[in-house]
Write a protein of this length. Sequence first.
Length: 414
Amino acid sequence: MAFAGIRFRDLVAVVGVAGVLMAGAVLLHQARPRVAGRSPEQIRASGECANCHRNETGAVVAQFEMSAHAGAGVTCLDCHQVRPGQTALEHHGFEITTATTALACQDCHADEVRQFERSRHALPAYAAVMGTEGYPATFPAERIARAEEIHPGAVARPPNALARLEGSPTTVSGCLGCHDIGRPNADGSIGTCTACHSRHSTAISLARAPATCGQCHMGPDHAQKEIYSESKHGILFEAQRHLMNLDAEPKLLTAFDMPVPTCATCHMSGLEGAKVTHDTTERLSWWLFAPVSEKRPHYDQAQAEMQGICLKCHAQNQVTQFYADAEALVETTNARVAELMERMAEVQEAGLLTEAPFDEPLDFLFFDAWHYAGRTVKHGAFMDGADFVQWHGTYDLINRITEIEERIGALSPE
C-alpha cells in the first residue's frame, strides 16, 4: 500500500523514528530545570507555600519560580513575613502579611529604596491626588517634612480639586491606579516596588520595558509612552527588542546589552558606567509638568548626567543642538501659557469668573490648554516626538487659546 508515493512500511518507520525522537525530547525537557542554570530544588525554595499555591494560584508560583529571587533562595515568607506596623493574617498555620510594601524590599535593596523615597514617584505622587488627608496616623511626621523639604509644596498640600470633583470611585480606580506608587504605608514605608517590578516575577526586564512606564506615563496630560513610540528610539526598540539583554545587571549594563534606550535606560540605568539610580528625577533639568516651566534646582548636574547617557550613542554637537532646540520650545510655550494665565487673572478680577476651581467652562478650557497641550509640547521636545510638538501640542495650545478668547469676549459687557 502506498500513501502519496510513500510505501506504508516506510511511513511506519518514519513515524516510529519520529515517535522515539519526540519521546526523547519530552524526557529531556522533563529532566531539565524549569529555569536554565537553577535546580528544581532552588526554584521551589518556597516549600510549603508552593505546594498549596501550585493548585490554588498556579500562575503566582510559576512567576516566582522564574524569578531571580527564587534562584537566590528567597522564600515566600521572606517577603510576606509580618513586620512592625503591618497587619498580621493567620494563613493555614502561618502568620503572614499581604502588604508587601517597600519595607520588605529594603532588607536587601536599601540603596534603591532610599533613592526611590527622594523621587517624585514617592510621596509627591500620592499627595498630588490625596494631599495629606490620606496619610495613615502612624506615618512618621518627619518623613513628610523631609519629603516637603526636597519637593516644596508637593507633599504637604490639600487634596486635588479635580479628583474631589470626579469622586471617590474614579479616584480609587483611576487616579490612584498610578499615584498609589507613592502611598505612605502604615508601617512607615513609602509605596511598593511591585508597581514596576511586579509582585512575584520581580523582573528587571519588566521594569526596563517601555510598556511598564506607559501604564501611567501616557494619555493627553503626559503622553510620554506615545511620544516614545513615535520617536526613533521607540521604533528601533520594537524592531530590535529580540536582540537585547533586558535582564542585564544594572551596574554592568553595556551598549551591547541595550543598544537602544528605553525609559529606564535614560532616567535610571548605569549604562556604560553611569550611576544607577531609582530616583527618576535625578536627570531631569526642568519642571516640565508645570504650567510655566522653570529650571530645577539641580539643573546643571541633571543636564550633565542625562547628556552623559545621550553621549553613549550621539555626538556632542548633536546632543548640544537637541537640547538647544528643546529648551527653545519650552521658552516659547512658557510665554504663551504665561500670557494666557495673565488673561485669566484679568477676567477673574473683573468679576467674570469665580475663584472656585472647575465650576465654569473657562476653567476646563484653561486647564486643557496648559495641562494637556502645553505639557505635550515640552515633553515632545525633550523626547523627539515631532507630531506631539506640533499637532498634539503647539497647534492644540493655540487652538484652545483662541477658543478661550472667544468665550471671554462673549462674557465681557458691551
